[in-house]
Design a protein around this ligand. Structure first.
Ligand code: HDE
Length: 704
């Protein structure tokens, strides 16, 4: 596991032993190893005669094909995976006995699977939804699975409600609609009757539910876990993943359009970034709460998964980083067959009595029996630990190993004496000896009773534009709800979060404005707003240059070089594919035809100089729409020289240039002189791209 990145990790070596390369020049065979001379024609009685049942190659080939599908995951069916490694910054031995958190030189292999929750395996990447962020750490002490989401809280407080929640969220049973959407009656009916959902629901209505990419998405363990050190001392912990590229989102209009233009938008981004060597990176942070401080938080029960501990109350300590540097070799074998189990913990990490977490400990093991067809799923290469496995488990469907000898029980005295229970020196997993005592009862703790104050905290922490997006999201979702009483019930709950929020939502969905409302506590947490979670980087941003014949080569080249040097991906889009001729008589290769893409697939747009090109693009509906739509979605737009004509054709007003000829307002950066981009333009545009979106511009001017 240790060693420089270029050396294969134990996990890589392990996976490599299972790889079959079908293209290595070997003869085609049946599964029984019999060489096959023809796989294009079935065996027939005469060229035009009936097929013969004895054709074992035909029968086997079709039998195998008929059974290629396995059940998709009950939830989180659509996912994308990547390999990588995790490295701790400094030893956490004073907090945990988990050795992968001790040695900063150790690179622990990981496999991460990102997912949406509601949709089927073939659904689009960009619905309004929670995203899964599940990490399998292949540590030398066994596998640790951190099966988290991109939002730090969950809808329900007790796992027994999960089937109800998911039934309500999933497509409705009578007609299996809608796919990959929470905007329907049953979901809102359920949440309106289950107020503990209100905190998570407001996160779902925020831009967090529309991540720009898996590379720009936070992750959270959600529950409170325990760390336990070698001396048995316990610390409560909450896990946070923070993307190095900052946390960025799409806007709803864009997300819906992307679902049609490129349903694989997030998956493609992850794959292409890794192929290009732009390895996604996340920092692992932990919030530590010493055992004795468990009851120090007046309004937060650490066992309640609908609550966060605000970072202002307990800061997040950065402890290590994860880099995803390798795409899977085979989607099915790795991303589809990976089995995350919340119960997979290593010595030094333990559970708490969070009733949601406790139910998950059963579910993830159980679901694999159906999904992966039996109890031996841990033998699948992607699930195998790198730590040695030795026990008396045996048989079952798909057993891969051949156990030797008669002793399949413990204790035994035949053929050696192993495997033996591990003594203290072998540092086995020992459950934290928490003292528990209480009557058996079905009762929720009164400390779980507050369902609104943290939803209010979230709302209070949002910037103006985030609030606008949240109100629009509630209006959209509830606007799809056909039962007026469900809409009214939800507005009633919103009125307990914030009166203004409820009033604004009500005004958009034909529900009477609510009266009264609780007094807003006024607390905020800056860490919750995406207005503060950006990073000043253009790394990985996809920038479209709209070009055509007559474009000014230097106007493209200087800016393209500067952006590429900063790690952005520049694509030249033209009305048709091939090459465009530049004003100086040369040529530039086109990356893609405008008609095959759309502004929603890019982070920013540049309109380069070149009179002839500008005239042509002004008359091109695709180009003009591209600019207008990018503007509407708050994207940075760079305009050089004559490119201004295209910008104006979209009905937009450019900022007034300064003495150097550069104007810059709300993410629109213009340079009036033609020719190459000047330093002032480049730096202003780079800054605009780094900010990602600019919602401080008037957005009612375009109808894209
Ligand atoms: Fe899951 N969840 N879940 N969940 N979950 C599954 O496990 C379940 C919950 C999460 O990429 C299933 O292997 C119950 C919280 C992720 O393979 C299933 C409860 C959080 C993934 C299951 C919860 C999650 C799953 C479906 C309430 C965030 C995808 C297939 C007690 C902390 C993992 C499977 C992957 C997947 C059950 C609640 C995250 C059915 C019963 C809370 C990221 O076992």
């Amino acid at each position: 596991m240790t060693g420089p990145q270029s050396e294969p990790t134990a996990k890589q070596r392990q996976l490599a032993t299972y790889q079959v390369d079908p293209l290595d020049g070997r003869h085609l065979t049946t599964d029984q190893g019999i060489r096959v001379p023809d796989t294009d024609n079935s065996l027939r009685a005469g060229a035009r005669g009936p097929s013969l049942l004895e054709d074992f190659h035909l029968r086997e080939k079709i039998m195998r094909f008929d059974h290629e599908r396995i059940p998709e995951r009950v939830v989180h069916a659509r996912g994308s995976g990547a390999h990588g490694y995790f490295q701790v910054y400094e030893s956490l031995a004073d907090r945990t006995a988990a050795t992968f958190l001790h040695d900063p030189s150790v690179r622990t292999p990981v496999f991460v699977r990102f997912s949406t929750v509601q949709g089927s395996r073939g659904s689009a990447d960009t619905p309004r939804d929670v995203r899964g962020f599940a990490t399998k750490f292949y540590t030398e002490q066994g596998n640790f699975d951190l099966v988290g989401n991109n939002m730090p809280v969950f809808f329900i407080q007790d796992g027994i409600k999960f089937p109800d929640l998911v039934h309500a969220l999933k497509p409705e049973p009578q007609h299996e609609m809608p796919q990959a959407a929470s905007a329907h009656d049953t979901f809102w009916d359920f949440v309106s009757l289950q107020p503990e959902t209100m905190h998570h629901v407001i996160w779902l209505m925020s831009d967090r539910a529309l991540p720009r990419s898996f590379r720009t998405m936070q992750g959270f363990g959600v529950h409170t876990f325990r760390l336990v050190d070698a001396a048995g001392r316990s610390t409560f912990v909450k896990f946070h993943w923070t993307p190095v590229l900052g946390t960025h989102s799409l806007v709803w209009d864009e997300a819906q359009k992307i679902a049609g233009k490129d349903p694989d938008f997030n998956r493609r981004d992850l794959w292409e970034a890794i192929e290009a060597g732009h390895f996604p990176e996340y920092e692992l942070g932990m919030q530590f709460v010493p055992e004795e401080r468990e009851y120090d938080f007046d309004d937060i029960d650490l066992l309640d998964p609908t609550k966060i501990i605000p970072e202002e109350v307990v800061p997040v300590t950065p402890v290590g980083r994860m880099v995803l540097d390798r795409n899977p070799e085979n989607f099915f074998a790795e991303t589809e067959q990976v089995a995350f189990c919340v119960g997979n913990v290593v010595p030094g990490i333990d559970f708490t009595n969070d009733p949601l977490l406790q139910a998950r400990l059963f579910s993830y093991l159980d679901t694999q029996l159906t999904r992966l067809g039996g109890p031996n799923f841990a033998q699948l290469p992607i699930n195998q630990p790198v730590a040695p496995v030795a026990n008396h488990q045996q048989d079952g469907f798909h057993q891969q190993t051949i156990r030797r000898g008669p002793a399949n029980y413990h204790p035994h005295s035949i053929g050696g004496d192993g495997p033996l229970p591990a003594g203290p020196d072998a540092r086995p997993f020992v459950s934290y000896p928490e003292v528990v005592d209480g009557p058996k009862e079905r009762r929720r703790s009164t400390t779980f009773a507050d369902h609104y104050s943290q939803a209010t905290l979230f709302w209070n922490s949002m910037s103006d534009w985030e609030r606008q997006h949240i109100v629009a999201a509630y209006r959209f979702e509830l606007g799809k709800v056909t039962e007026p009483r469900i809409r009214t019930r939800v507005v009633g709950h919103l009125n307990r979060i914030d009166h203004d929020l409820a009033t604004m939502v009500a005004a958009g969905i034909g529900v009477p404005a609510p009266e009264g409302g609780v007094e807003n506590h006024g607390r905020r947490s800056a860490a919750l707003s995406q207005a503060t979670t950006g990073q000043a980087t253009i790394l990985g941003r996809k920038i479209a240059f709209l070009v055509t014949d007559g474009v000014d080569r230097e106007s493209v080249g200087v800016l393209q070089d500067a952006l590429t040097a900063g790690g952005a991906i520049v694509e030249l889009l033209a009305p048709v594919d091939g090459e465009v001729s530049t004003a100086d008589g040369g040529g530039l290769p086109v990356t893609r035809a405008l008609t095959t893409v759309a502004s929603v697939l890019y982070d920013a747009v540049v309109l380069p100089a070149g009179e002839e090109a500008a005239v042509a693009l002004t008359g091109d509906g695709y180009a003009v729409h591209f600019v207008a739509e990018a503007y509407k979605h708050g994207k940075p737009i760079g305009v050089l020289g004559d490119g201004l004509a295209v910008f104006s054709q979209a009905g937009l007003t450019a900022p007034v240039p300064n003495r150097d000829g550069v104007g810059d307002a709300a993410g629109v950066v213009v340079q009036s002189p033609a020719g190459p981009a000047v330093d002032g333009f480049v730096s202003a545009f780079v800054e605009a791209v780094a900010r990602h979106r600019h919602f401080d511009r008037p957005l009612d001017v375009v109808a894209a």
